[in-house]
Design a protein around this ligand. Sequence first.
Ligand code: PLP
Length: 355
Amino acid sequence: MTVAFEVEPVERTPARERARLMAGAPFGEVFTDHMVTVRWSAARGWHDARLRAHAPLVLSPAAQVFHYGQEIFEGMKAYRTAGGPVVTFRPYANAERFAASATRMAMPELPAELFVGALETLVAADREWVPEQEGHSLYLRPFMIATQPTLGFYRPAQEYLFVVIAAPAGAYFAGRPMTVWLETEYTRAAPGGTGAAKCGGNYAGTLVAQRRAADRGCDQVVWLRDGHVDEMGTSNLFFVYGDEVVTPPLGDTILAGVTRDSVLTLAADLGYRVAQRPVTVTAWRADAEQGRLTEVFSSGTSSMITPVGHVRAADGGFTVGDGAAGTVTTRLRAELLGIQTGVRPDPHGWVHKIA
Ligand SMILES: *Cc1c(COP(=O)(O)O)cnc(C)c1O
């Protein structure tokens, strides 16, 4: 499917102003000149694909998204590789997950070609906004909202808007191991719920716990269910037992991270034993204290692979390994970064030239 995007005239930010904005940009607060929008209606399906100025959306205050929360999103990065092309990582995996999130939220599926075509159209137009510095990227945020103006809650909305916006991002990884909070009061997801969908409501419900964790000096919340580890707020969790790399199995309470899937593949490629099996909080603590569990790290697009050094909980805390980044974590991170930046071979065809 090739989609022709209607191109509206857009006033571009002058180069010097753009450089100033990009240099001082706190993540997610400076945006490129363009955005892409595509509309869907029950009568017409997907239509009206446009490349236009990044600008406020005009919506009815009765738009269903404001009342019943039909919203899904994705997060990805575009970056420059050594040779010059701008690439992104496994965009079809994100397209597939976006479609799965849509299905769970009773929203229309966006064809993968249209999803990737929208990313390509936007990045080609905003190529100058892709940072040059190593580790920096252009963060891409595709999302979909229910726009039908009705307070009636008798069926899913009959009109939707798909949008892609982009924001230059600095290198997230500071190399500092995280301190995480084991959350035992609130839950993020439940069996049969929406935990496996990347929908806005999942995040709204976790902010109160994230704020309390921050007040206790923690970087992230670890979400638990029946004493089992699920994942973190925006990343999945891995446990390293010597040469074995373990992550909890997917289900409807865990978001299927593209980075998670890539780490599982890479770890096997590198000769580690790989397992998807449940990890309990009790085992996490005991295995860390007895030295069987040697490393813990998180995986996700925004923070890539980040070590977990310290764990805090209502009944006290403990340290993983010596609290510093471990060798397996460091190696996996270097391999993944090498593939992503084009300095290592890409045997699985993960890197996609976008502009
Ligand atoms: C986005 C997200 C992840 C990580 O997914 P990636 O595709 O690796 O970026 C993990 N958990 C949650 C809850 C997420 O929202």
